[in-house]
Design a protein around this ligand. Structure first.
Ligand code: HEC
Ligand code: HEC
Ligand code: HEC
Ligand code: HEC
Length: 409
């Protein structure tokens, strides 16, 4: 149990309060009052009270604190219950419930599994559709795959993500409606996902989670590949300060600010790191990057990389296109490597090799960077890869290249 407790302290209290590890025996002595609703063994006979047996201790503690503080979660029955609990009580109780087996309950898996509080009473819930949404999410609506956080078959490996397997469908549905309405329960990711779910999908998910094993061999129908991760969501929150210049989703149509949408995450992290250290010199971005931790950079990069870029503003250029695809020998007989070799036929670059995407960028920004590489004002390219090329380009080459590159998409 000890490892659970350490992660609680670090993640949620942020304080190093001296609280002993959760004690199963002590917890057992503190749950008499809880049994009336949550069942003597943590399996509740009533559909409206969640099963607590086998739930992660960290998660239980976090919820009890949320009920007690009333900020992220409120419930008329639970708030007074949690009000009297000390942090030590919560840990003991978490440890105790975690130690109990999560056995299925007849009433939960039974025939009336999805009726009572259901908004669409006539709808016949479809557990296969529920499983499909659970495992695949729906990227087109920004619904993350539940399996990514809540684990295969509803058994999560991450201690702060609740186990959902063998939970009462009514309870699951009520929570999803709470998240959806942003009433009584606040959690950034869950508010977002549930906000996009239809009432029918909520019923489907409940039906699936009542007994995930019952469907173990059913192949879910494919919805859409999923790109939303916890990292992307965290990055979106942190990007609030960036949008003033880079625009919503890193897509500002103002030419002087580079488009970040769709750029490779690896390249974005490299640039932020180098703005911060000064290896890439820019007064504005140095200030912006100074406050960012490595984690912030990773999350911001994941967010911007996942956005769909708008088109660039190039007019097109024959001369530029020729240099891009074929390189050129300049007036003093220097060979200029074709851009296509590193930035690719459609300008998408090669993320793994550290070659950024140029597609969808503005002509003004492309020009400014080529000039900076040419003069050496920008010198963060590994092995002088870009400087060696840009120093051989004439100002006219740069203008033509920019007009062409900014048509790539
Ligand atoms: C009068 C009935 C009642 C009693 C007694 C009660 N609870 Fe609850 N509990 C509820 C209800 C109802 C909910 C669901 C609240 C909601 O809809 O958000 C809940 C939710 C919870 C949750 C969140 C579970 C989850 O999956 O998110 C925890 C943890 C919890 N209770 C622990 C306790 C503990 C510990 C005690 C004893 C100190 C206790 N409860 C006593 C009714 C009760
Ligand atoms: C990015 C990670 C993440 C993804 C993806 C995710 N969840 Fe959650 N979910 C959470 C977290 C964290 C909580 C706990 C929130 C809190 O602390 O109140 C939660 C809570 C829940 C709860 C309440 C459980 C309880 O015991 O009260 C339900 C139900 C739920 N999620 C269903 C889903 C469904 C259905 C999906 C897919 C459509 C999904 N989740 C996708 C992170 C995630
Ligand atoms: C005040 C305006 C402003 C704000 C706010 C701002 N940026 Fe920038 N950003 C710029 C400018 C201007 C450049 C181009 C710098 C140059 O010419 O080298 C730039 C360049 C970048 C680049 C390099 C892109 C490339 O293609 O090489 C990244 C990455 C970046 N910004 C990320 C961010 C992030 C993340 C934030 C928020 C934390 C942010 N910026 C906030 C103005 C801003
Ligand atoms: C040998 C590989 C290579 C070739 C060939 C090459 N580049 Fe690059 N280019 C790079 C690398 C690597 C970077 C990123 C430098 C860094 O890490 O900051 C880059 C960066 C750039 C950038 C800055 C992008 C941004 O978002 O800030 C522009 C613009 C650019 N290249 C244009 C060109 C053009 C135009 C050509 C052809 C004339 C060309 N490159 C040829 C490797 C190459």
């Amino acid at each position: 149990m000890k490892r659970f407790i350490f992660s609680i302290l670090v993640l949620f209290t942020g304080m190093n309060v001296a609280v002993a590890a959760g004690d199963i025996e002590a917890g057992k002595g503190k749950v008499a009052v809880c049994a009336g609703c949550h069942g003597a063994n943590g399996i509740s006979a009533s559909d409206t009270y969640p099963n607590l047996a086998g739930q992660h201790a960290d998660y239980i503690v976090k919820q009890l604190k949320a009920f007690k503080n009333g900020t992220d979660r409120s419930n008329a029955l639970m708030s007074p219950m949690a009000a009297g609990l000390s942090e030590q009580d919560m840990m003991d109780i978490g440890a105790y419930y975690n130690s109990l087996p999560r056995t299925p309950v007849e009433s939960a898996a039974g025939g009336d599994a999805t009726a009572s509080s259901a908004p669409a009473a006539k709808y016949e819930p479809d557990p296969v559709a529920g499983k499909s949404l659970y495992e695949l999410g729906d990227a087109s609506r920004g619904i993350g795959a539940c399996i990514g956080c809540h684990g295969k078959d509803g058994n999560s490996d991450v201690l702060i993500y609740p186990n959902l397997a063998k939970q009462h469908p009514e309870y699951i549905q009520k929570q999803l409606h709470n998240f959806k309405a942003m009433e009584n329960r606040a959690n950034y990711a869950m508010n977002k996902f549930a906000g996009q779910m239809t009432d029918e999908e909520i019923l489907d998910i409940g039906a699936y989670l009542a007994d995930t094993q019952a469907l173990a061999n059913v192949k879910p129908k494919k919805v859409i590949a999923v790109a939303i991760t916890a990292e992307v969501l965290a990055g979106e929150k942190k990007a609030a300060t960036c949008v003033a210049c880079h625009g919503q989703g890193g897509n500002k149509p103002i030419a002087d600010y580079p488009r970040l949408a769709g750029q490779s995450a690896q390249y974005l992290v490299k640039q932020l790191t180098e703005f911060k250290s000064g290896v890439r010199a820019n007064a504005v971005m140095a200030g912006m990057a100074a406050a960012l931790s490595e984690q912030d950079m990773t999350e911001l990069a994941a967010y911007f990389a996942a956005q769909k870029p708008l088109a660039g503003n190039g007019k097109g250029s024959e001369v530029g296109s020729k240099i891009y695809y074929g390189g050129k020998v300049n007036h003093v007989n220097q060979a200029i490597t074709a851009c296509v070799a590193c930035h690719g036929a459609t300008g998408k670059g090669m993320a793994k090799a550290g070659f950024p995407s140029l597609a969808n960028q503005s002509a003004e920004y492309i020009t400014s960077q080529l000039k900076q590489f040419k003069s050496g004002a920008r010198a963060n390219d590994k092995a002088s890869m870009m400087r060696n090329i840009a120093m051989k380009l004439s100002d006219n080459d740069i203008d033509e290249l920019a007009q062409f590159v900014a048509t790539l998409k």
